[in-house]
Design a binder for this molecule. Sequence first.
Ligand code: DAH
Length: 359
Amino acid sequence: MQHELSSLRETVVSEVESVSNLTDLEAIRVATLGKKGRLTLLMKSLSNLSDDERRSAGTILNKIKNEIIALIDVRKTQFELEVINLKLAEESIDVTLPSRIRSKGFIHPISQVIEEMITIFGEMNFEIASGPEIEEDFYNFTALNIPPEHPARQMHDTFYLTKREGSEQKLLRTHTSPVQIRTMIGGCPPFRIIAPGRTYRHDYDMTHTPMFHQIEGLVIDDGTHFGHLKGCLADFVRLFFEVDDLNVRFRPSYFPFTEPSAEMDIGCSRKSGQLRLGGDEDWMEILGCGMVHPRVLQASGVDSHRFQGFAFGVGVERAAMLKYGIPDLRSFFDSDIRWLKHYGFGSLDIPSFLSGVTR
Ligand code: DAH
């Protein structure tokens, strides 16, 4: 047995040394260590030996087996290295080849404009608040001083959900104003929040889509007055439209949740069909605002004798159309990729509004 073992060892060693490629090396491995390999058969024949013989032959056999495994391994690595080196020597990469152009997607103008507005109000220390799009009648209307018989309810073209037994009437929020109520009920003054989000009305024509976006604003504190409202909103539109001397004016208006209420216009000119922002030749309505009605504060559990403040609501689509010259409102929601390529924003573009907010 001893003799057989050492002669097998010598044979395998010389085979492995003289082998010239990976395939032949693998063949040697199988012929030696495989199921019916030479060494495996010897291993099996150990059972025919006496205990003593088996023990000493077994030790040698294991030693030789390990030796052969290591030997084959080293040789295998050598061959693999040779293959790699050959590849490196023969192949080359042409780094001057232009890369394939991949479409990287575009940011929708609505997302871009919301982002811009958030950044501007963020600079003014506003926090972002949010509320549900499926809203309760109380938050959307009643708490905003729009009781059931109020004519403003008809003007809102509300989508109502089927009422369930024993639960509140649910609807799709018609504006972002309910977030004012939720914010005040859920916290204590002072408040300084904006709430961007989707809103819904049963309406569809050139200037209306059933889903659209608003940004709501609410500021409540001890001595907040109309002067703060004017300063804040004038700063906002100048930063947003990137026109430093943009003229603004406040026209008396009516909203049930504010008193007094106003509509804010920005100055513009419309010479030969061309709209330009700035000047005071003409005016364009941009947002609704006012001092929060004491009844709204009371409905939200805020002491209306101590606290007061202002609120505003901006239509995002309209602001986007004005700033980026997008002519048709409905195109925002057509999901036309060519439109998005034209009016959208690259994710790596430097946002233009950054220039506007640096002081
Ligand atoms: N919620 C109003 C609307 O959808 C917009 C608005 C006007 C919001 C005046 C306000 C505000 O907070 O003070 O038409």
